[in-house]
Design a protein around this ligand. Structure first.
Ligand code: GLU
Length: 467
């Protein structure tokens, strides 16, 4: 049997972290079993539908590095097929037309409520004589739910979950305008796409009992289910904006790497012993349904950040360069030149060794790409010391070998004569002058990368700025 999983998001905006995790698990499960992951957009809610919401999901998947098999399917475009199944169920006696008007349903609900009963549809059309059907009412189609006994969902995460069938109503599968309800559409699509495993949020578990009635009525095989617990915020409440960023796009914009996100989301709800750092290859090999946790995972921002720092250190420098440049160009409103690229690349080892995000690399490495005139932040401005900088500039101009080591030795010399031997009092003004900030990697190494000509020009510019 080929494993076929599916990713069927409803396009409602940016891609939520929970949706991303669901996609990841479905992808890993399929890829680890030489199976397929199908991608279907559940776009039947036409009032809320916007093409840019679909783009957001596709971009989210692409950013996460998750691919799918075949074309992206549109649930909306399959509505005729859904209606066909509804009518087939009616023909088979498994579903029926219901002609109740909204007013009748409302009265029914009120009466049930007054009698202290479940406010279910009372099934009055279930066994009614079709010849009594009013001519001027377009009917809905309702499924015949079992009346007695229990229904059980065998779930790989939640175990066997049972409900009494009297809790299940004859729900609508086709509306009076001929459009399918979600309950019908999802089952028909999953069946037609050959889905063998349904992995989704446990907020859908209640739907599963209803969906299984449709499977059984059609004589279709029910898929394997794994309902994933929700993701909570650090305080145990449902993860929301109030806790911080909740969408994939926001994390991408903050400078997280997709592999860090994948590793983090994988561990948030699934475990492999005590392993924290898990490569993609290991994840594909190890991921299984058995080790999905039963309790909700709490989002831990610090843990995600430390994983990101780890993957940044491991990442190839040229890749980081290409990722960081757009951050710099956007934030500092500049265009990075070839020289800027070259210098930033030369400084990358040091920049990445201290960074938690790409944004941090951008902030601390932007000076490599700036050109005169650049601005000085408040702290840098107060750190500039023209007496020191003039001496340093003069001496650097004469330095034979322009290396970090020699530049540092030169600064130490200057410190001995001018600042009581305090190297910081030379290095800090130098850093402020060359970078416009007070936070950067080793300024001696940075100066070597910038090169003598650029360093002398920058020092001249900084000194002039002070006067
Ligand atoms: N479209 C549903 C959602 O985004 C998913 C339905 C399912 O997985 O069956 O929540």
């Amino acid at each position: 049997m080929t494993v076929i999983t599916r990713f069927p998001p409803s396009p409602t905006g940016m891609m939520h972290i929970g949706t991303a995790r669901t996609a990841l698990y479905n992808w890993l499960f399929a890829r680890g079993r030489k199976g397929q992951m199908q991608f279907r957009i559940e776009d039947t809610d036409r009032e809320r539908y916007k093409p840019e919401y679909v783009d957001a999901i596709v971009n989210g998947l692409n950013w996460l590095g998750l691919d799918w098999d075949g074309d992206i399917l549109s649930q909306f475009e399959r509505r005729d097929r859904h209606a066909e199944v509804a009518h087939e169920l009616v023909r088979e006696g498994k579903a029926y037309y219901c002609y109740c008007t909204p007013e009748e349903l409302e009265t029914m609900r009120e009466e049930m409520k007054a009698a202290g009963k479940l406010t279910f549809y009372d099934r009055r059309w279930r066994d009614a004589d079709p010849s009594t059907a009013p001519k001027d009412v377009s009917p809905v189609v309702r499924i015949k739910a079992p009346l007695t006994g229990d229904s059980i969902v065998h779930d790989h995460v939640q175990g066997d979950v049972k409900v009494a069938n009297e809790q299940l109503d004859d729900f609508i599968i086709l509306r009076s305008d001929g459009t399918p309800t979600y309950m019908l559409a999802v089952v028909v699509d999953d069946h037609d796409m050959g889905v063998t495993h349904v992995m989704r949020g446990d907020d859908h578990l209640n739907n599963t009992f209803r969906q299984n009635i449709i499977y059984q009525s059609m004589g279709w095989k029910v898929p394997e289910y794994a309902h994933l617990p929700l993701i909570l915020g650090p305080d145990g409440a449902k993860l929301s904006k109030r806790h911080g960023a909740t969408s994939v796009e926001e994390y991408a914009n903050m400078g997280y790497l997709p592999e860090a996100m994948r590793n983090y989301l994988l561990r948030l709800g699934w475990s492999h012993g005590d392993d924290e750092i898990i490569s993609d290859a290991q994840a594909v090999e190890w991921f299984d349904l058995k080790h999905i946790g039963q309790s909700a995972g709490r989002f831990d921002f610090a843990k995600l950040e430390s994983l990101n720092a780890h993957y940044i250190k491991e990442a190839d420098n040229t890749r980081l360069l290409d990722l960081v440049i757009p951050f710099i160009e956007k934030k500092f409103e500049l265009t990075v030149s070839e020289t800027g690229r070259k210098n930033l690349l030369a400084g990358m080892d040091e920049l990445k060794s201290r960074a938690k995000t790409l944004l941090q690399i951008a902030d601390e490495g932007a000076f490599y790409t700036k050109t005169i005139p650049y601005s000085f932040d408040e702290k840098a401005r107060t750190s500039l010391d023209s007496a020191v900088l003039m001496v340093v500039k003069e001496k650097l101009n004469l330095l034979t070998d322009f290396t970090a080591l020699n530049i540092e030795a030169l600064c130490k010399d200057v410190a001995t004569t001018l600042t009581d031997g305090k190297l910081g009092k030379v290095a800090m003004p130098l850093r402020a002058a060359l970078t416009g900030t007070t936070v950067s990697p080793s300024i001696f190494h940075a100066a070597e990368i910038l090169g003598r000509d650029e360093v002398i020009s920058r020092l001249g510019f900084a000194i002039k700025t002070m006067n």
